[in-house]
Write a protein that binds this ligand. Structure first.
Ligand SMILES: C[S@@+](CC[C@H](N)C(=O)[O-])C[C@H]1O[C@@H](n2cnc3c(N)ncnc32)[C@H](O)[C@@H]1O
Length: 319
């Protein structure tokens, strides 16, 4: 099993969070612990870290690598951050919170997790193995319309591509249950051959493998990633001390939009619809946007780590 993940936008995230000696932080997405390690270095020797991840492997790896005395490890969903904080970290004032969304390379490259279309494995894709819903369940049980919607919305495929891919998945599952990633890849490739009217084994489109988006869409659906993000943002703001910062690294435009919209609406006092002349909502601004535009990786980082390509960092400060 791979045990490394190169942290994305590490310097940029740390510079914006600006952790100092003795401060306390929450890393909602521990992964391989790259960001966590740097936060611990900067908050040394007294600062504490609440380290959360859904994945028991991430927690296991980081328990061995990070200072046990200064880290509280919790295998939970960050969508429950307020409850986790109240139960495990409420003695500490929180100066910063990090969300580095999506999947780690450790998960992606694990043969038994089913996240990668390049590795044949069980069609699983759960961050948390205690969860019931797997990618196999979605692919084999969900209706045409539900499956198509996932591929179209989360995979951001056109309606035509989503329909054709779904049709081929349904044809394949009628023959026998789709339990392995390789079978799913086969169904997606067939769909693309039909659309592009080609016999090429892999009909490459725009530099990415045709199965990329379907796999990404299924992962987002299995782990309910967009809803978890919507739930965590207001709770994170509540937990932060005034002056504390929330940094979010997103890899998908739908995730980035959720963060952008949330920051924008919480950075202003009134959020009434424009047609209402006098404010009725009574909403009060609770944050200052630090990154007017998202911070993206430089050429050098992208060359060294192609995973960084689509990363966008947004940071807000609680007022
Ligand atoms: C991109 S990786 C984080 C990498 C980490 N910053 C590092 O430096 O190694 C994202 C991690 O978030 C975890 N994760 C995703 N969604 C989660 C959720 N809702 N709650 C808790 N952890 C989650 C994944 O299991 C994965 O380990």
């Amino acid at each position: 099993m791979p045990t490394t993940h190169i942290p994305v936008l590490l310097d940029e995230a740390i510079t914006h969070l600006n952790p100092k000696a003795g401060e306390h932080y929450i890393d909602c997405t521990l992964g391989g612990g790259g960001h966590a390690e740097e936060i611990l270095n900067k908050t040394s020797p007294q600062g504490k870290l609440l380290a959360i991840d859904l994945d028991e492997e991430a927690i296991k790896i980081c328990r061995q690598k990070l200072d046990q005395q200064r880290v509280i490890f919790i295998q939970e969903n960050f969508s429950k951050i307020k409850q986790i904080y109240n139960e495990h970290f409420s003695l500490f004032k929180v100066n910063g919170i990090l969300l580095d969304l999506g999947i780690s390379s450790i998960e992606l490259e694990s043969e038994d997790r089913g996240f990668s279309f390049q590795i044949d494995g069980p069609l699983d894709m759960r961050f948390d193995k205690r969860q019931q819903l797997t990618a196999a369940e979605i692919v084999n049980k969900w209706t045409f319309n539900k499956l198509k919607r996932v591929i179209q919305e989360y995979g951001q495929e056109s309606g035509r591509v989503a329909s054709e891919v779904t049709k081929n998945i349904i044809n394949a599952r009628h023959r026998s249950p789709i339990t392995k990633t390789k079978i799913l890849v086969g169904a997606v490739l067939l769909a693309f051959r039909n659309i592009l009217k080609t016999n090429k084994e892999i009909p490459w489109i725009g530099g990415s493998h045709p199965a990329t988006r379907t796999f990404q869409a299924l992962r987002i659906a299995v782990n309910d990633e967009l809803n978890n993000l919507k739930k965590v943002l207001p709770q994170a703001m509540e937990i932060l001390e005034p002056g504390g910062r929330l940094a979010v690294i997103a890899f998908h435009s739908l995730e980035d939009k959720i963060v952008k919209d949330y920051f924008r609406s919480e950075a202003k006092d009134c959020v009434c619809p424009p047609e209402i002349p006098v404010c009725r909502c009574g909403h009060k601004r609770q944050l200052k946007i630090i990154t007017k535009k998202p911070v993206t990786p430089g050429e050098r980082e992208i060359v060294a780590n192609s995973r960084a390509r689509s990363a966008k960092l947004r940071v807000a400060e609680k007022i």
